[in-house]
Ligand binder design. Structure first.
Ligand SMILES: CC(C)[C@H](C(=O)O)[C@@H](O)C(=O)O
Ligand code: SF4
Length: 427
């Protein structure tokens, strides 16, 4: 019987299998940020187990609230910083070099096809865009991962979503994934891996693939995964050029991870995106999604462009293409957060930062901040935000606040009118 990509990755990393549904895998990368890792560090210290399995395989960043906003977040940063120094973790990113983990780590080339990756963060699924198995875990698993470099998973069950058709201008990966979550619901992929396949995914660059995989968890999935191909190899080329004579060699090797034609899936769906229009959420769950035309005119108070979902250069370019030479409405405030320092620099060099500033946006340093309502753009009660992020839970960006998830194109169009606006009006 054939195997899926996830089954192949599990097979190649299997250390032990105490029961059919308890597969202990070796880990290639353990990622850490300052919200969940300090708890694990403190616990390991208390148990006299302050050790890391392999300092080179640990990647750490202070990203959620940075620079620190108060004593609590400053302490979290301090614990991470001291731990990274103590264990000589060289890939540790502190103020000035730090960016949103799921944008920064791919940019550094830390994730490769066939890898196993964990992090104490639910959007770790983003890294599946590289053909890796990447899952968010709780504190106990994180501790074991840091200490021993292994993690226990259930046997993988994969749901295949084949995306076909042709996207219309200003309809993006964000609209595709919002529409998928709408169709399958927030529980549609619970405890499953979503394998995204088909010509639309193949045509996506890594940034769009990351957007797609990023929100797999919003449908309950453990991981989203794309098959690694030439696009993946080209993105990774600066990091793998010493390992392969040519890009073709890398592409050929990556083929070993592709799911076999006779692999078994728990469910297979096909989605034709040809008639898909921009999508927007309207409630407190990411599956409460409407076509944008049904939401047009809904007033908002804030626009937020950033996060691990849509804070990459492509996203800033898309938003800037609509904002260029225009001003945001008087009734709204706009915030843009390039997800990493490199993206920030690129945006500066390309003149995008000037476009945002001329439009009246506040440009922030790379951080999660307002995405999870912790800093830098928290909403007041009763306020709403047009946001390129991934979660619209009640109070997500501030108690009593409402979040409308949408693409950077839609957020930019909405900024100009102060109410939800179809970006196709600006084509
Ligand atoms: C703080 C962290 C644990 C959390 C997560 O796991 O996703 C955050 O990144 C989020 O998006 O809500
Ligand atoms: S940007 Fe938002 S969703 Fe992504 S890791 Fe940070 S808080 Fe979580």
């Amino acid at each position: 019987m054939g195997k899926t990509i996830a089954e192949k990755i599990f097979d190649s990393h299997l250390r032990d299998q105490p029961s059919p549904d308890n597969m202990i895998l070796s880990l290639d990368v353990v990622m850490c940020h300052e919200i969940t890792t300090p708890i694990a560090i403190m616990d390991l210290m208390e148990k006299g187990m302050d050790k890391v399995f392999d300092a080179d395989r640990i990647k750490a960043v202070i990203d959620h609230v940075t620079p620190a906003k108060d004593t609590k977040t400053a302490t979290q940063g301090k614990i991470m910083r001291e731990w990274a120094r103590r264990h000589k973790i060289k890939d540790f990113f502190d103020v000035g070099e730090n960016g949103v983990c799921h944008a920064l780590f791919p940019e550094k080339g830390f994730v490769r096809p066939g890898y196993t990756v964990i992090m104490g963060d639910s959007h770790t699924c983003t890294h599946g865009a590289f053909g890796a198995f990447a899952a968010g875990v709780g504190t106990t698993d994180l501790e074991v991962g840091i200490y021993k470099g292994v993690c226990s998973f259930r046997a993988p069950e994969t749901m295949k979503i084949n995306i076909v058709g042709e996207l219309q201008p200003s309809v993006t990966a964000k609209d595709v994934i919002l529409n998928i979550i709408k169709r399958i619901s927030v529980n549609g992929a619970t405890d499953r891996i979503i394998e995204f396949t088909g010509p639309v995914v193949e045509s996506f660059n890594m940034s769009s693939r990351m957007t797609l995989c990023n929100m797999a968890v919003e449908a309950g999935a453990t991981c989203g995964i794309c098959l690694p191909d030439r696009v993946t190899a080209e993105y990774l080329w600066p990091f793998i050029r010493n390992d392969y004579a040519t890009i073709d060699d890398a592409v050929n090797e990556y083929r070993q991870y592709h799911s076999d034609p006779d692999a078994e899936y728990v469910e297979s769906l096909e989605i034709d995106v040809t008639t898909l229009v921009p999508q927007v959420t309207y409630g407190y769950k990411p599956d409460l999604v409407k076509d944008i035309n049904e939401m047009v005119g809904t007033p908002v108070d804030q626009i937020y462009i950033g996060s691990c979902t849509n804070g990459r250069i492509e996203d800033l370019r898309n938003a800037a293409s609509i904002l260029k030479g225009k001003k945001l409405a008087n009734s709204v405030r706009g915030i843009v957060t390039p997800a990493t320092p490199l993206i920030y620099r690129q945006a500066l060099e390309e003149g995008l930062i000037a476009i945002f500033m001329d439009a009246g946006f506040c440009v922030l340093n790379p951080t999660c901040g307002a995405c999870l309502g912790m800093s830098s753009g928290v909403l007041a009660e009763g306020e709403s935000c047009a946001s390129t992020t991934n979660r619209n839970f009640n109070g997500r960006m501030g108690k009593g606040g409402m979040v409308h998830l949408m693409s950077p194109y839609s957020a930019a169009a909405t900024a100009l009118n102060g109410k939800i606006t179809d970006p196709r009006d600006f084509l």
